[in-house]
Ligand binder design. Structure first.
Ligand code: NAD
Ligand code: UDP
Length: 335
């Protein structure tokens, strides 16, 4: 198949390109590089020893998108393009609604005009807000706590409405938990601009000496050691989940909403300990106040993904730390 990958130059996009190409698919990348670089796609070419078609463009630009569909025979779209910084979304909500929500509406309109109705969308566990129970099952109530999360919720609803209006659409809404790590080659990985918002890239930057120490946000949560618990998932496992979702929607009508997580939660202190063991580096840290908006614990019930997609995350926390550290060491200043 030929798959259009919006946001394909980003962290999850590049890892998914590798798995798509290694499974024999053709890929077309469409990205405006607002949070990535074409160099990342060149690394994908290096891993796969194949050229990738890269188109620089914005998903809000209808003409540019239409051009992609008229000049390529696209079978399905994996839609990663979006802005994802929670703090920035609070400061600039309209930017997030325009980029993420309007951009997705434009993409779907252009897809419909081109007769392409297979779509895999990057949603997030953030749509569960602060869950009442754990592990999190897909039919739990949704409730976003910030504009970024609301863009994911609105897009999910918009795509369900779209499918109700035209049942030829086949859509997978993938709710990611916490992707970390990197491709084992060390050629692609997460490359945050500025100070990392997320735990794992912050830890690797402390380990490489780029940052002095880690602030652990809160030591008084209702968790075994008082620090926040999350379901970290190896980005390659996550990428493979997209291939399974793509295969699934080719022969099943409707909207499939599914968690992509391991089902295992780890605390911040467990993460630090595992990373120290794997890397042999010490991570200096201090426990500080909670980060506003954070929840205590979040981990998936991954059974639906197993039943519906035949997909299970294979990698454990040590492999995530090993591969993320390998990427950081090989690329101390990113791409
Ligand atoms: P990323 O920022 O690395 O990748 C997103 C890509 O989209 C970037 O290459 C960026 O340049 C591109 N992009 C953004 N707006 C665009 C636009 N208007 N037109 C064209 N390209 C545009 O992020 P990622 O971590 O790879 O995340 C991919 C998707 O998964 C996002 O939608 C994100 O919200 C979602 N997600 C990520 C996480 C995570 O922890 N990384 C968790 C849950 C959901
Ligand atoms: N965290 C932390 N220090 C940091 C970044 C994150 O202690 O510099 C904690 C955060 O409070 C949460 C966990 O690490 O408990 C995962 O945070 P991240 O931002 O990576 O993911 P999210 O909160 O979006 O699940």
């Amino acid at each position: 198949m030929t798959i259009l990958v919006t946001g394909g130059a980003g962290y999850i996009g590049t890892h998914t390109l590798v798995e798509l190409m290694q499974a024999g698919h053709q890929v077309v990348v469409f990205d405006n590089f607002c949070n990535s670089t074409p160099a990342a796609v060149l690394r994908v070419e290096q891993i796969c020893a194949r050229k990738v078609k890269i188109i620089q463009g914005d998903i809000c630009d209808r003409q540019a998108l239409t051009q992609v569909f008229t000049s390529h025979q696209i079978d399905a779209v994996i839609h990663f393009a979006g802005l994802k910084a929670v703090g920035e979304s609070v400061a600039k909500p309209l930017l997030y609604y325009r980029n993420n929500v309007s951009g997705t509406a434009t993409l779907c309109e252009v897809m419909a005009e081109a007769g392409v109705t297979r779509l895999v969308f990057s949603s997030s566990a953030t749509v569960y807000g602060d869950p009442q129970h754990l592990p999190i099952v897909e039919d739990f109530a949704t409730c976003a706590t910030n504009p970024y999360g609301r863009t994911k919720l609105f897009i999910e609803e918009m795509l369900r409405d779209l499918q109700r209006s035209d049942t030829s659409w086949r859509i997978a809404l993938l709710r990611y938990f916490n992707p970390i790590g990197a491709h084992p080659s060390g050629l692609i990985g997460e490359n945050p601009a500025g100070i990392p918002n997320n735990l794992f890239p912050f830890i690797t930057q402390v380990a490489i000496g780029k940052r002095e120490s880690l602030s652990v946000f809160g030591g008084d949560y209702q968790t075994p050691d008082g620090t926040g618990v999350r379901d970290y998932i190896h980005v390659v496992d996550l990428a493979l989940g997209h291939l399974c979702a793509l295969e699934r929607i080719m022969d099943k009508e409707g909207v499939l909403t599914v968690n992509l997580g391991t089902g295992q939660g780890y605390s911040v202190l467990e993460m630090i300990n595992t990373f120290e063991q794997v890397s042999g580096r010490t991570i200096p840290y201090q426990i500080v106040d909670r980060r506003p908006g954070d929840i205590a614990s979040c981990y998936a019930d991954p059974s639906l993904a197993r039943h519906e997609l035949g997909w299970v995350a294979e990698c454990g926390l040590k492999e995530m730390c090993r591969d993320g550290w390998n990427w950081q060491q090989q690329n101390p200043t990113g791409y």
